[in-house]
Ligand binder design. Sequence first.
Ligand code: PBG
Length: 323
Amino acid sequence: MNTRRPRRNRKSEAIRAMVEETRVTTDDLIFPLFLIDGNNKKVEVASMPGIFRLTADLMLKEIEECLKLGIRAFDVFPAVEDHHKDKTATKSYDQNFFYLRALREIKKQFPEACIMTDVAMDPYSSDGHDGFVKDGKILNDETLEILGKMALAQAATGIDILGPSDMMDGRVGYLRNILDENGFTEVSIMSYTAKYASGFYNPFRDALDSAPKFGDKKTYQMNPANRSEALIEAELDTQEGADFLMVKPALAYLDVIRLLKDNSSLPIAAYNVSGEYSMIKAAAQKGWLDGDRVMKETLLSIKRAGADVILTYFAKEFAKGSR
Ligand code: PBG
């Protein structure tokens, strides 16, 4: 028998911890939150057990609790009522709209929290698409102008990181430029670099009521079959001034996370999306999986693949368990 016995390094808890290669901490995590208009309302997302759409007052409490648990970064998404949606996403840059008001309030109460926002038209668009629609087509450059207004309005609330999730060409450079011209040189851009046209987003679209009204997102989100294309997107986002590159979804794209990590010196983020959360929750509810264990294994695998930052609906649960 070979004298090498790898099991020696597994023989006790102390030794296993000593040789542990990857560790997930609350510092790695960004917690996505769903905001609704109004007061003192909390509505569970049917397809995401344990995740709630919150009014601003309750979201402030939620953020306070999370900060105490060591979660310091949040990505806030608005769920917009239908009568506020239109072709050009006008509400997305209306400073009196509940989303922008809530962001100002959050930064005022918790200046130390890192707040990220989403730059894309879908929550505000009557077409349910991330871009401006004309004759059934998503128009790229017309969309950039709207995203620019949205980004400036969000930046003006004092938030820390913009997350363009729309996949229009040239949007990172366009946003960087317009931000800098308007004095927002400190606002970061976490680009959704390799965002795939995925079936794993459905629970999120339930949460925001933002499913496309026609067609799908395949003319702007990436084909799940493609890997090299992720490198093209990464190259462009890097040239255009992104501060982080993101891969989304995470679990079915661990190879893409590793690819970007090995080919970029920028921090790599991965979005452990709604459907990935729901799968684990559903199986755990049925008693088929140990939800807590599988959640930790999932986050670990994403970090091991090369993610420096993980956006995950498990953030608070993970933080509670790691105390
Ligand atoms: C929309 C956006 C989506 C998600 C984040 N921003 C959905 C989509 O592209 O349809 C998905 C997040 C998730 O599933 O958790 N711009």
